[in-house]
Design a protein around this ligand. Structure first.
Ligand SMILES: [Zn+2]
Length: 109
């Protein structure tokens, strides 16, 4: 695997293996390969104070997802709905796509 590449990418459904959100599932919002982290929808929510704006002059608290380490998540297979390890399959076109180790279906479209 080339440096800076993660086993998950934006749009994947993932299962959280550890931490306060252990056992939950969510969609990868962004992948940060250089930090080996991902942000996952609804996972590791932190509260940030928002600056007052014209619309919300008193400011407020904004909730947002903080990145978590990519090795704490596993891909959820869109075919069998299980968290799984993946392996690369090389297509005749030369393109590599990920497949589910449990059911063998392609994960990438
Ligand atoms: Zn599967």
């Amino acid at each position: 695997m080339p440096a800076g590449k993660l086993h998950v990418k934006k749009g994947d459904q993932v299962f959280i293996l550890s931490g306060k959100d252990k056992g939950k599932k969510g969609k990868v919002l962004s992948a940060l390969p250089n930090e080996k982290k991902v942000t996952v929808e609804g996972i590791n929510i932190i509260k940030r104070h928002a600056r007052p704006t014209q619309k919300v002059p008193q400011g407020g608290i904004r909730e947002m997802e903080a990145p978590i380490y990519a090795d704490k998540v596993m891909v959820v297979c869109p075919s069998c709905q299980k968290q799984t390890k993946t392996f690369d399959v090389k297509l005749s076109s030369g393109k590599k796509i990920r497949s589910c180790k449990k059911c063998g279906e392609y994960i990438d479209k």
